[in-house]
Design a protein around this ligand. Structure first.
Ligand code: SF4
Length: 338
């Protein structure tokens, strides 16, 4: 094991995170947590993870559940393709691997939504085998340690990072698991994006960005194109029995697979699509701004009492208070303020 990996392991024993609910729970818990953590912070993920594990305690339970139920457990976490992929991968595990999560990189990366890094985390943290990861925290730590002053999204920079990560990871399974967790923890707690705490860092004497006083500019910030705020109209249609019309959103695109009232750029567009001649009689109720990763949207909620004459497919009338399916968090917030 390298001097650097040894120091990191010693630091982790003293100062790493040891009480996250998915730690030491086996490969299934590692897999679920890794997917949830891909775009979401630890404190947000914890309650979702706990609920998910109660409802779907193993891959077969997940595979056998209706996808709508899985999406309902995901509502509020965003990036819903992750939940659909988890469900599809659980079905692959049930059909192709007798319900048991495979323990090789080659097999794991055949699962829907499981890339090389997630597979590496499942191998090392879940199975205590050699496995290499490359999430955002680890990329940042490596870029600083080795002063990689490149656009990290470029293929050659990524290959360089994978080579460094592989070289640094101990080959022994238990040591690999400690190293993986330690790299994640260092990135999350000391080597943060802004103001890394180099005074406390066990790797400071090895860190080229720190030694060159360039931690503030490594890694290079991503160029994010800002899109203008979009305006969306949400039409809450309520029938004579107090039931609301919800549409299952297409799997591809925003809030894919979740349920929401009709949404479009204008009331008249919804009126045409759903056959509502008096759509302009709808009353404005409230507004909410919501930020996605690359753009913002201003949602305006309207309410209309009545029915529709040509509902498209995937439409359902429900009592909102009894509805068990997944609603996007901002839509839920708008409707609950009704
Ligand atoms: S010395 Fe600072 S910049 Fe370098 S790895 Fe440690 S915390 Fe990160």
């Amino acid at each position: 094991m390298s001097d650097l990996a040894r120091k990191l392991a010693a630091w982790h024993q003293q100062s790493g995170r040891h009480d996250l609910p998915w730690q030491h729970q086996g490969p299934y818990a590692t897999w679920i947590s890794e997917i949830m953590l891909q775009q979401t912070q630890v404190p947000v993920v914890i309650p979702y993870f706990k609920r998910f594990m109660v409802s779907f305690p193993d891959p077969v339970a997940l595979a056998n559940a209706p996808v709508d139920q899985v999406l309902a457990h995901w509502a509020g976490l965003g990036y819903y393709a992750r939940a659909r992929n988890l469900h599809a991968a659980a079905q692959q595990i049930r059909e192709e691997f007798q319900g048991v999560i495979p323990d090789t990189l080659a097999d794991l990366t055949t699962l829907k939504g499981v890339g090389r890094s997630t597979a590496g985390a499942i191998l090392s943290l879940g199975f205590q085998k050699f496995g290499v990861i490359q999430d955002g925290n680890v990329r940042r730590v490596l870029a600083r340690l080795f002063l990689i002053d490149d656009d990290l999204s470029r293929a050659d920079a990524q290959k360089h990072l994978w080579d460094l990560a592989t070289e640094l990871t101990p080959t022994d399974g238990v040591a690999s698991a400690i190293h993986t967790q330690a790299m994640m923890d260092l990135g999350a707690t000391l080597c943060t994006r802004r103001k890394p705490n180099c005074q406390q860092c066990p790797l400071a004497i090895h860190c080229q960005a720190h030694l060159a006083d360039r931690t503030h500019e490594i890694p290079r910030p991503k160029k994010v194109k800002q899109r203008a705020t979009e305006q969306w109209v949400v039409l809450h249609i309520v029938d004579a029995n107090g039931r609301s019309l919800l549409c299952r959103r297409p799997n591809e695109g925003i809030w894919g697979g979740l349920y929401a009232p009709p949404i479009a750029n204008s009331l008249s567009r919804i009126g045409k699509d759903f056959g509502i001649p008096k759509v302009l009689d709808a009353e404005e109720q409230s507004q909410l701004e919501h930020a996605f990763s690359h753009f913002k949207v201003l949602l305006t909620l309207y309410r209309l009492e009545g029915s529709v004459s040509c509902p498209p497919e995937n439409v359902t009338w429900v009592k909102l208070d009894d509805f068990q399916g997944g609603l996007p968090a901002p839509i839920k917030q708008l409707l609950l303020e009704r």
